[in-house]
Design a protein around this ligand. Structure first.
Ligand SMILES: Cc1cc2nc3c(=O)[nH]c(=O)nc-3n(C[C@H](O)[C@H](O)[C@H](O)COP(=O)(O)O)c2cc1C
Length: 319
């Protein structure tokens, strides 16, 4: 029997989409970003969540948080402005209400945690480390919508010493993959990433939202109840990409990139700039199944380019 040669440009290359981040093994690099898919329950109605690489939970705090006054989300030009203020049910709610559902998922869960003081981070890391499906901890050091007690600067991720202290302490607290989430709102994000790496993290994720505001000219009042909030979506993509590019060249641990990823092309740009995995945030509000489209688009791109292993794309963009 004569074997049919595949037509030019249509060759199927067996693809390796698996990525490893610390001890965390992902079937593919597409992850749902914190705060944009809750704890996975609702978004599951719209997509087969188990085809994704992982889900990051809404940030969990020690105690229940009501969040900031409304309005908390407004549309911005090419983006979204939010000041949710880490509204969540606290660690008890997570353990009793969310974990049973998360345990039923066949993908890794990355628990996002945040505290006001070091002791809260330790307690949260201890608690979530007990949960089997939690394979990694994303340490939210970069929420622009809360005030942390006892730090010199408004964001923990702006304070190099605080980042070192929190990461090195959590390194001793948990064996789970540890991923501090950094803020773009710093003078030099490379320095903060290096501090986190030096303190023992397994990867860094970036970026969180950019501090921003909008004003309603009719009422002459800020559009958010909290006055200022965090900007996300396509308008921040070029800014976020630069952060990933800079950090990728400065540290050896993997970078998980995000910021305005709406489609596969955006995700590929982040991967080429050095993201080992990508998180999808605002896009989930526009199209709850966007992340699956992004995954499929990455696969198609790899097939078209004849790339067998996603790792060959990570950081492949050259100056
Ligand atoms: C409504 C909303 C809520 C968010 N809540 C959290 C949160 O709880 N914890 C966190 O680390 N990031 C949170 N983020 C930030 C996202 O995870 C992500 O870092 C940011 O939005 C940039 O990605 P994007 O442009 O794809 O949305 C939130 C973003 C939005 C839009």
């Amino acid at each position: 029997m004569v074997k049919k040669r595949p037509r030019r440009g249509t060759t199927r290359v067996p693809q390796k989409l698996k990525v490893k981040i610390g001890k965390l093994e992902l079937e593919n690099p597409v992850i749902l970003a914190s705060g944009t898919a809750g704890f996975g329950r609702e978004i599951r109605e719209f997509l087969d969540i188990e085809r994704l690489g992982a889900i990051v939970t809404k940030t969990i705090t020690l105690h229940k948080k009501e969040g900031n006054p409304p309005p908390r989300v407004v549309e911005a030009p090419w983006g979204l402005l939010n000041s949710i203020g880490l509204a969540n049910g606290g660690i008890k709610d997570f353990m009793f209400e969310q974990v049973p559902f998360l345990e039923s998922l066949r993908i890794p869960v990355i628990a996002s945690i945040s505290g006001d003081i070091l002791d809260e981070f330790i307690k949260l890391a201890e608690e979530v480390s007990r949960v089997g499906c939690v394979r990694a901890i994303e340490v939210n050091l970069s929420c622009p919508n809360v005030i942390h007690k006892g730090t010199r600067l408004p964001l923990l991720a702006q304070d190099r010493t605080a980042v070192e202290k929190i990461v090195s302490t959590l390194r001793k607290t948990t064996e789970k993959t540890l991923i501090p989430k950094l803020s773009p709102n710093v003078t030099d994000i490379k320095e903060i990433a290096k501090a986190a790496e030096g303190a023992g993290c397994d990867a860094v994720s970036l970026v969180n939202t950019y501090p921003a505001m909008l004003v309603d000219i009719h009422t002459m009042r800020p559009r958010l109840g909290n006055v200022c909030g965090g900007l996300s979506g396509p308008c921040i993509k070029p800014l976020a990409l630069k952060c990933v590019w800079d950090v990728h060249s400065a540290i050896d641990v993997p970078v998980i990139g995000m910021g305005g990823i709406m489609d596969a092309d955006d995700a590929i740009e982040f991967i080429l700039c050095g993201s080992s995995a990508v998180q999808v945030g605002t896009a989930n509000f526009v199209n709850p199944s966007a992340s699956l489209g992004i995954l499929e688009g990455i696969e198609q791109y790899m097939a078209k380019k004849g790339i067998a292993d996603i790792m060959d794309l990570v950081g492949a963009a050259k100056a």
